[in-house]
Design a protein around this ligand. Structure first.
Ligand SMILES: [Zn+2]
Length: 277
């Protein structure tokens, strides 16, 4: 009898487990999910609720719904209006242009108003160009240069306030000529075939290759490796002060493309950042 009881008792657990069989039969399909979720601490049972299955679901429909909406709208927007050409975004208001010409006149600059410039490249151009012959009285650009008025004023003010006084220390007579490199020109930066358009393409830039003095001598812009000359001092002085008026000043040492001239431009950058190298 005792044995029978013992056997019966032994049977109970198996019966209990047997009764639990329906539950365990549900577990197996859940286990793979628990593994993939990677939540080791979480009991398998907690993975049972369909909660774990629902989170991924909302994402899919949420993604797909807007997509279809956007897809439905897209056909209506293809004729995106082109951004205005860059030269147009740089166009001065009438008041600003008149004020700029006033500043140019005050400098005693010699210039002519020129027709608006546009090019095959729609971004190139100048809305209100001036053809500058003398940024300050008595200093001739070797060939008159087209540029925006703002560029001309920057050049004239720099010449008046720093280049002329610096030249006076050299005992060569005043600067009478500026040898111009590029003025207005629809091209890419550094004359590369692609990439961003140069500021020259908007009339924002002028390149100066040399300063000519009344005694006939000339100081060329060239690499000067601490040569200890007055020419070097002059070149360094005018280059450094140019950045008070121009937001970009590049020259020998900046890169190979600027080894024989000073590139000066009035590009407007966020926060008024200036690039002077
Ligand atoms: Zn340049």
């Amino acid at each position: 009898m005792k044995r029978a009881v013992a056997v019966a008792l032994l049977m109970i657990p198996s019966v209990v487990w047997g009764q639990g069989a329906p539950d365990t039969s549900r577990l197996p399909p859940v286990k793979p999910e628990a593994v993939t979720e990677g939540d080791v601490d979480a009991p398998a049972v907690s993975k049972m609720p369909p909660d774990t299955e629902t989170p991924p679901r909302p994402e899919a429909p949420q993604d797909s719904e807007p997509d279809t909406e956007e897809a439905a709208e897209e056909p209506a927007t293809p004729p995106e209006p082109l951004a205005p050409p860059v030269w147009q975004t740089l166009q001065e208001t009438d008041d600003a242009f008149v004020a700029c010409l006033g500043a140019l006149n005050e400098l005693g600059a010699v210039y002519k108003l020129a027709d608006p410039q546009t090019e095959e490249d729609r971004d190139c151009g100048i809305a209100n160009p001036v053809r500058l012959s003398e940024p300050v009285p008595g200093v001739q650009i070797d060939s008159p240069a087209l540029m925006r008025c703002e560029t001309a004023v920057a050049l004239g003010t720099w010449m008046r306030d720093f280049v002329t006084p610096a030249a006076a220390t050299l005992k060569r007579g005043p600067v009478v000529t500026l040898a111009k490199g590029s003025g207005y020109q629809c091209r890419r930066r550094n004359n590369l075939p692609d990439g961003k358009l140069s500021e020259h393409a908007y009339g924002n830039a002028i390149d100066i290759m040399a300063f000519g003095f009344k005694d006939g001598s000339q100081i060329k812009v060239v690499p000067r490796e601490r040569e200890g000359s007055r020419e070097e001092s002059f070149q360094d002085a005018v280059r450094a002060t140019a950045c008070l008026y121009f937001s970009t000043v590049l020259g020998p040492g900046s890169d190979e493309a600027h080894s024989d001239h000073l590139h000066l431009d009035v590009i407007a950058r966020d926060g008024g950042f200036r690039l002077c190298q």
